[in-house]
Design a protein around this ligand. Sequence first.
Ligand SMILES: O=C(O)CCC(=O)C(=O)O
Length: 277
Amino acid sequence: MAKRATRKTNAPSPKPTLAEALADVRAHGVGVWAGALDKAETDDVRARLWDVARRKDAAGKRDFVPADANANNIRLLNLIDWDPYFIELSSRACVMDAVRAVIGERILLSNYSANIMGPGAGSMLLHADQGYVTEPWPPVPLAVNVGWMIDDFTDEVGATRFVPGSHHGDGNPDSEARYDTLAIEGPAGAMMIMDGRIWHTSGINRTADRHRAAVFGYYVLPWIRQQINWREVLSPATVARCSEDFLFLIGYAGGNRELFNPGAVRARAAGRGQGHR
Ligand SMILES: O=C(O)CCC(=O)C(=O)O
């Protein structure tokens, strides 16, 4: 597997439009769209995250991610079931535009979670979100992460960090090596888009009293196994709220999409056999 040397560049600055942020994703593997959520909605999402955190704690269901450095992160897995507001946010038109621009039309939502980094939270393991894919990776992203910065993302508070140029590689970081990383900074309410190949990690929250919350939607090509088995985790009440389109997005409905292989459909329409009956 080819390992890439770190290139010296700056992290892309937050951009006023999604189109400009997507241009940064193509060039740098990451892009930030400032102002994607207005202040009222950003504040509302933050309140929802803390409410979910309280309810999970009360239910004795605090989540833990082994790749985290310590227990100062509050992870909120399966957000969609804990607050159906996230059904809409995870499938909002601007999110789908971002996802399609990076990985194309055929998409599954693989995971939807939040990471609230508390004071003293350390940097998690450096990784690429498509790290489970057999190497060498093809020269296109197979996954994309669309995050929401719910608090201001600064270096000091533990903004997500990335290894410049790593999205041009064809595999994972070497766990023994050290790489230079840059903070992906942006204001609360920004959308952060990451190519699935980019090597990244959470930063270190060096503040005494500030939290850094982010929501992460992880989208993959439809032949990749999702991180969450939605059929297993979603309650009937949540499923009842989901549109048919959303159920397709999470792979809950629709069966085996490969049956709808366009080549096979065209061959059938043209009257050609499939080699079996
Ligand atoms: O919270 C962050 O800054 C990054 C989180 C992340 O990369 C992950 O959960 O896989």
